[in-house]
Design a binder for this molecule. Structure first.
Ligand code: SF4
Length: 322
């Protein structure tokens, strides 16, 4: 079996809420609670859920941009959970990020050549000429002209800037890219072009993607497997075709049925998601979804359901799913 590019077990991140002069901890935000997942080389795992469910925090934890409260993170077989900056450095080149906002993530005072070449300068012992040649090749690979390296990021459109962000992420030939809402700031037609570029690059370079998105249409286009998050926990994880054909968790069903579809008759028995997502500072006891779940039973209010396998690569956490 191929070794996963990334494997996390029981990943947890709690943020203390500090108040008063003495900065006492008065509450805890449970942003991520016990997430377990793995991604194989060349695979795209999509992480979906409403805003505030903790999916971006999972991405940042995996890249060790923040320290987890508990759990383990293995990158290409190595446990990197507690590595310090120096020990983490060789692993960082293999795990890169593409950000949501191509306007904010690229420094407007630097040329494109400097932005895209910066990881090479930081990690590779190459001279300026070979760095310039690699930057030119990267720019051309993402659909831009090589002479773009002499211009500034603000001179480009949103879609072109996201291509610059992708070129920068590719510079060190990473095995894993975390793409956090990477196309949600783009027009629909530009979204499709950037998604197709990401898929072509994956095929060429066998890159694994953790693709974080709230948009099920986008996820259906790019994903191989989908993990559904609610209030810091994964409630269902399955191959894309299985999840869209037979969603089993009531939250997954509600998300899919709330997505725009062509035939309104198909929505006759839909689950309608009502109310806001509860605060992660005070998640409901038992099943965290019980306050919004239309089929909740008494047990749901006191006992948290455990994730169980219900089919090939299909896991669900719900008392009503045997
Ligand atoms: Fe709904 Fe209960 Fe299943 Fe949670 S465990 S999703 S509340 S039925």
């Amino acid at each position: 079996m191929t070794e996963p590019v990334v494997e996390v077990t029981g990943l947890t991140k709690h943020f203390p809420v500090l108040r008063g002069l003495l900065r006492r901890t008065v509450a805890t935000v449970k942003a991520v609670d016990g997430v377990t997942l793995s991604i194989a080389p060349g695979e795209t795992l999509c992480l979906v859920g409403e805003s505030g469910c903790g999916k971006s925090t999972v991405g940042r934890l995996i890249l060790r941009l923040m320290q987890p409260t508990a759990g383990t993170i293995r990158l290409r077989g190595t446990d990197v959970t507690d590595l310090g900056d120096a020990a983490m450095r060789p692993h960082r080149r293999h795990a890169q990020m593409v950000f949501q906002d191509p306007y904010a993530s690229l420094n407007p005072r630097l040329t494109v050549g400097t932005i895209v070449g910066e990881p090479l300068e930081n990690y590779d012992d190459t001279d300026a000429a070979s760095r310039g040649a690699k930057v030119a090749a990267l720019l051309e690979r993402v659909g831009l002209r090589a002479d773009a390296m002499h211009r500034y990021a603000f001179e480009f459109s949103g879609g072109q800037r996201q291509r610059l962000g992708i070129a920068r992420a590719l510079a060190l030939d990473p095995g894993l890219i975390v793409a956090d809402e990477a196309v949600s700031a783009l027009d629909v037609s530009v979204q499709a072009q950037v998604l197709n570029l990401l898929m072509d690059l994956q095929e060429e370079r066998n890159i694994a993607y953790l693709f974080i998105s709230h948009d099920l249409g986008v996820v259906e286009h790019i994903g191989h497997r989908i993990a559904v998050m609610y209030l810091g926990e994964i409630v269902e994880i399955a191959p894309k075709t299985t999840l869209f054909a037979t969603p089993l968790h009531p939250y997954t069903r509600a998300l899919i049925e709330a997505a725009p579809i062509a035939d309104p008759r198909a929505r006759a028995d839909r689950i309608v998601l009502e109310g806001d997502i509860p605060s992660p500072m005070n998640p409901p006891p038992g099943c965290r979804f019980h306050t919004r779940c239309p089929v909740a039973i008494a047990r749901c209010r006191s006992e948290a359901p455990r994730a169980r396998m219900v089919g090939e690569n299909h896991s669900v956490a719900c008392h009503l799913v045997a």
